[in-house]
Write a protein that binds this ligand. Structure first.
Ligand code: IFM
Length: 800
């Protein structure tokens, strides 16, 4: 990546190397929250260096496959037809193929301000003809069904017949991820093609199991300047693709432009009569391209106004922060509010984890809560709609309440795979990650956070309290009173550290008393009781009757919040009970033998060993407690449980795990930066930069190409927003306690808190909070013990 220091809004790539393409294609994805398209060139076919991928949020399909002698089912976010497909040839020469011509120049730029991808190249062919090609693409942020691809060809030293092929190409499968290549990958079946007008084509397909109809329509025009040019047009079609071939005369120095406008509609969309009908209606009308572009830019300008976060620091830092926000907004945007979708961990940018929804939204919601809280609400509704499925899962497991799935897709059933491939050993192994029941605790946390930030009582009354109570109920039931400890214990789970699937010798049975899980379960029980008490009497009575909640159950919950077992060893919080008895790993030996040991579990398994034997974590686990809870929250909670922590316990615990973590997940750097921010600012800043690099330099070695890491993207921004600034939104006021790294210069953030649009400015010397004009209630701002009332239109300042 390179960039001019003066333009942090451009992500530029110079040159062309097929080996870099998969990463670039993921990072150059353009999208609008409804759909996203990877940055594969329009002429690309899958295979080799390129992977054309388009994904519409929530369009999943389930297929059965045979792996390791068993039938398994996987639900996948479906790769949809390649709508940008445009290629060209000169006279009767071959169709353009970047990998066979002699390239003279190649630049690619993602304009972060407008989410427009531009590629510019010059090449010489085997007849010494020199041609300039410029390709421009966008997925419209205001009109969410609309996409646009432009290809401009300029002959430099030749004239001749220029033939374009503009296609909707349904010959796509889900083949991006090498590890999944043994799994069934064909999710679409053709329905029909037609050419309803000379410049227009329509492709209809359907997912072959979920039966979601899909239509794409394309209108293609050839212009010179802004004038249409005479062209002969031929329609070509096959069941799974349809194209227009457009031929015109080209002369040196006179650019010929192909403009392709495409609409994408699926059967999941609202306010449509049918996908095909809507796709064609979307192309009708005489909206001028310039107006559409202006609308698109305006929609992005409005979003950037809300999402403005800037640090003085280095321009590369600012660029990456913008890139992270861009990809967040291309995955979750105001369009998501109506879609019944969750937050796919890898964006709409690829096929890793099959587009599933995990707990990563924990790191995404803090960004949305303080800007577009109605989006968090919509994403929480995705969870609420799947509450019945979570209840059924709890019942099947012999429990009450709601057991949310670790991985979720269309209908909320558990989508974690039953077997996964260790690419190092080539073995398919049982996958026990569905034991990560802590996902439900993250959902409870998110409900509570949303409530704290917005004070949205209607949500709490109609959805939030029910989720909190049902989640609490599950944990209240899973916790059992253990006579040996004379405390409540939780057995057979997996913590956020995905290395430990069980104890040595019982590899898939889960572990007991994961400290993070036990503490968060206590929190969830407390939130449920608080929410219950906060409901208006009528709604409380109705909910209580509906859920058959009785005082005995609530009394048990209260007891658990005083008597939960938390394991310790060597003066630190144990990741789980028995962790202290595990062997120490010789980290240096493994580092020097393997170099990259992020995925230590794969290395050990391939060696015939198991990571379960060692004190080794993939990512922050016990340390998540210091990420989600401030010391003010954690210390009284632990004291109430009968574990008063001495002042050194937290730093000792941080050091203990820091030395024993491989950071095999990009979430790890975010959490480590957070927990180190108070005591080890420099190390925290190192982890912050590591989190920023997660995708742009693909620190996990090849994973970004399969989809960006949305949790790390949002989490790295949240480090600026809430961690280094010490921003908290508890108890109806705004608190700030900055530990601001001066190397980052001044921070400026736009926020929405309650009715206020705020502008926050922090540097090493002072904090400033300004509110825009309006008639809303003043808000209390507290900064390191100083309190001020912030009125609309006013600014409060605190020296540090
Ligand atoms: O949710 C994460 C998990 O914590 C670590 N493995 C990847 C998942 C999806 O990002």
């Amino acid at each position: 990546m390179t960039g001019r220091p003066d333009d942090e809004w451009l992500l530029r790539y110079e040159g062309y190397d097929p080996a870099d393409e998969p990463l670039r294609e993921a990072l150059c994805t353009v999208g609008n929250g409804y759909l996203a398209t990877r940055g594969a060139p329009p002429e690309a076919r899958p295979g080799g260096a390129h992977y054309p991928g388009t994904y519409v949020a929530g369009v999943y399909n389930r297929l059965a496959s045979r792996v390791a002698g068993r039938t398994v089912e996987n639900e996948c976010l479906v790769n949809l037809p390649h709508w940008p497909a445009v290629t060209f040839r000169i006279d009767d020469g071959p169709w353009f193929d970047i990998d066979t011509v002699h390239l003279l120049e190649h630049h690619q730029t993602l304009d972060l301000r407008r989410a427009v991808l531009t590629r510019h190249l010059r090449y010489r062919d085997d007849r010494n003809r020199v041609t300039t090609v410029t390709q421009r693409r966008l997925v419209h942020m205001r009109h969410h069904h609309l996409c646009f691809q432009e290809v401009v060809i300029t002959p430099e030293n030749w004239s001749g017949r220029l033939r374009f092929r503009s296609e909707l190409d349904g010959r796509v499968r889900n083949t991006l991820v090498e590890r999944y290549r043994d799994l069934a990958d064909t999710h679409l079946e053709p329905v029909g093609t037609s050419g309803p007008a000379p410049d227009c084509v329509l492709l209809e397909m359907r997912t072959n199991r979920s039966a979601i109809p899909l239509a794409m329509a394309a209108r293609t025009a050839l212009v010179q300047g802004s004038e249409p040019i005479p062209a002969t047009i031929r329609l070509r079609s096959a069941p799974d693709r349809i194209a227009l071939d457009l031929t015109a005369e080209a002369t040196p120095g006179r650019p010929v432009t192909l403009e392709k406008t495409v609409t994408v509609v699926t059967g999941r969309d609202h306010a449509i009569s049918s996908p095909a009908d809507e796709a064609l209606r979307g192309l009708a009308g005489d909206r001028h391209l310039d107006d559409l572009l202006a609308d698109h830019e305006q929609a992005w300008r409005h979003l950037w106004e809300r999402f403005r976060i800037t640090v003085e620091g280095h321009p590369d830092t600012r660029r990456i922060v913008l890139l992270h926000l861009l990809h967040l907004l291309q995955t979750i945007s105001p369009h998501s509010a109506d879609l019944d979708v969750g937050v796919p961990a890898r964006g709409l940018h690829g096929e890793a984890y099959r587009g599933h929804v995990f707990w990563d939204e924990l790191l995404v919601f803090p960004i949305l809560n303080l800007r577009l809280p109605d989006l968090t609400r919509a994403l929480l509704r995705y969870r609420h709609r799947r509450l019945d499925e979570a209840r059924a899962a709890a019942r099947r497991a012999g429990h009450i309440g709601a057991m949310y799935p670790w991985q979720s897709g269309s209908d909320g059933r558990e989508e974690s795979q039953q077997f996964h491939l260790n690419p190092r050993s080539g073995r398919w192994l049982p996958d026990t990650s569905a034991r990560q029941h802590h996902i439900g605790l993250a959902i409870a946390h998110n409900v509570w956070q949303y409530h704290q930030v917005t004070g949205d009582r209607e949500f709490l009354i109609h959805h939030g309290a029910e989720m909190l109570l049902e989640i609490a109920r599950f944990w209240g039931d899973l916790a059992v009173l253990d006579p040996d400890h004379d405390r409540y214990v939780i057995r057979g789970v997996m913590g956020p550290d995905e290395f430990h699937t069980g104890y040595p010798g019982a590899e898939s049975g889960g572990i007991d008393n994961n400290a993070y899980t036990n503490v968060m379960a206590v929190r969830a029980l407390s939130w449920a009781m608080e929410a219950y008490a906060a409901l208006p009497a009528r709604e409380r009575g109705e909910l209580s009757e509906r859920l058959r909640l009785d005082p005995t159950e609530r009394a048990r919950w209260k007891d658990i919040t005083h008597r939960m077992f938390i394991p310790f060893h060597e003066g630190v919080i144990s990741q789980f009970e028995g962790y202290g008895e595990l062997a120490e790993l010789d980290w240096e030996a493994y580092r020097s033998r393997y170099g990259d040991i992020h995925r230590l579990e794969r290395i050990l398994e391939a060696e015939g060993d198991t990571v379960n034997r060692y004190r080794a974590s993939k990512q922050a686990d016990a340390l998540m407690l210091f990420h989600l809870l401030t010391a003010d929250e954690l210390l009284p909670l632990m004291a109430r449980l009968g574990y008063p922590l001495d002042p050194d316990t937290i730093p000792r615990t941080i050091d203990h795990y820091l030395a024993r973590t491989s950071h095999g997940s990009t979430l790890s750097a975010v959490v480590h930066a957070w927990v180190l921010a108070r005591a080890h600012r420099e190390r925290a800043v190192d982890f912050f930069f590591r989190a920023l690099e997660s995708d742009i330099v693909d620190i996990q070695g090849g994973t970004t190409a399969e989809g960006v890491h949305l949790g790390a993207m949002a989490g790295s921004v949240d480090l600026l927003q809430r961690c280094f600034s010490g921003l908290e939104t508890r108890g109806g006021h705004l608190a700030l306690n900055p530990f601001w790294p001066e190397a980052l210069g001044t921070l400026e953030i736009n926020l929405r808190y309650r009715e206020h649009f705020l502008r926050l400015r922090i540097n090493g010397d002072r904090v400033e909070v300004g509110s825009t004009d309006g008639s809303h209630q003043p808000v209390r701002v507290i900064c390191r013990g100083q309190t001020a009332e912030l009125r609309p239109g006013a600014t409060v300042r605190f020296p540090l």
